[in-house]
Design a protein around this ligand. Structure first.
Ligand code: NAD
Length: 308
């Protein structure tokens, strides 16, 4: 019988799926690194979230029994991928799970900035009633530029289309016509996206090419009235250049879920009224966490040739 060790807290539905398929599942959601190294040799599959570090030592102690490391979630920074590849240990994760949650947060940030929700809340708590100063703009009828038309970018576009926005999309790969049609989107150049959009949302992965993708020159192409949202990775935006554009009134506002340094303690961006910030909570919903766990269980079972 194949044995699974669940090393981090994970939704019970995933445990149930694995055990119903005939696997023996042990849960040690607060297991220490040393203890994991001691017991890993008797398991075929490790299931982790972000807490447990699956180091080269853990993998070396685990083989030959250890075959799969499953990470419920996106980031694989806590798994030594080189060691896993060297020892033939398959690594699975669930980048699809947070798509809808991140997309909804992006829409939330767009509205929060456009309608000055966070700022109004702050002023009212201090006794103010900034009804006139809180004049905002609608999303309806505006143009949304989506940079990176992958899973999250497409979902944001679909919701925005339902709100009544016109969608411009930019990607380095070609996007099938039927996918664009779901949001009435036009695939175009980066320049058109940056110069013509009222809202711009970033959904590219962080790579060598996308580090500081939104720099001084590209910020300068945006409308003065534009609102920028970043829920991709902090390093995709040059924060210094963004601060200057916002502080000097060359950009109307920004909604940020991710930062070059997290938490962004002391960042000048936090001093600006036209910026709404959230602490990297794109995937922080009950639904996204549940989906990550059940998708991971499905992937593990598929890898083993078993059915859920
Ligand atoms: P995805 O791989 O489905 O889509 C990314 C898209 O970007 C692809 O279509 C790709 O072709 C395109 N792309 C890559 N390089 C590009 C470039 N140089 N120019 C233009 N397009 C480019 O990824 P996804 O699941 O949609 O995730 C998008 C981003 O969201 C990633 O940065 C991911 O790290 C981030 N993310 C954030 C959170 C959060 O909590 N805020 C949660 C999940 C994912």
């Amino acid at each position: 019988m194949l044995r699974v060790l669940v090393c981090d807290p994970i939704e019970y539905s995933a445990v149930r799926m694995l055990s119903s398929a005939g696997l023996q599942v042990d849960s040690r959601p607060d297991i220490s690194g040393e203890e994991l190294e001691r017991v890993v040799a008797s398991y075929n599959i490790l299931v982790v979230r972000g807490r447990t570090k699956v180091t080269a030592r853990v993998i070396e102690h685990g083989v030959p029994a250890l075959k799969i490391v499953g990470r419920a979630g996106v980031g694989l920074d806590n798994v030594d991928l080189e060691a896993a590849a060297k020892h033939g240990v398959k690594v699975l994760n669930t980048p699809e799970a947070p798509t809808n949650s991140v997309a909804e947060l992006v829409i939330g940030l767009m509205i929060a900035v456009a309608r000055k929700i966070a700022w109004s809340d702050r002023v009212m708590r201090m006794g103010g009633w900034p009804k006139h100063e809180a004049m905002g703009v609608e999303l309806h009828g505006k143009t949304l530029g989506v940079v990176g038309y992958g899973r999250i970018g497409r979902r944001v576009a679909e919701i925005a289309y339902a709100i009544g926005m016109r969608i411009l999309a930019y990607d380095i790969i070609s996007i099938p016509q039927e996918v664009l049609a779901r949001a009435g989107a036009k695939l175009t150049t980066l320049e058109e996206v940056l110069t013509s959009s009222d809202f711009i949302t970033l959904h590219v992965p962080l790579t060598a090419e996308t580090r500081h993708f939104i720099d001084r020159e590209r910020l300068a192409l945006m409308k003065k009235t534009a609102i920028l949202v970043n829920a991709s990775r902090g390093e995709v935006v040059d924060e210094e250049a963004l601060y200057e554009a916002l502080a000097e009134g060359r950009l109307a506002g920004a909604g940020l879920d991710v930062f070059q340094r997290e938490p962004p303690t002391g960042s000048k961006l936090l001093s600006l009224d036209n910026v709404v910030v959230t602490p990297h909570i794109g995937a922080q919903t009950l639904e996204a966490q549940e989906l990550a766990a059940t998708m991971l269980a499905e992937k593990i079972l598929a890898e083993l040739g078993l059915r859920a």
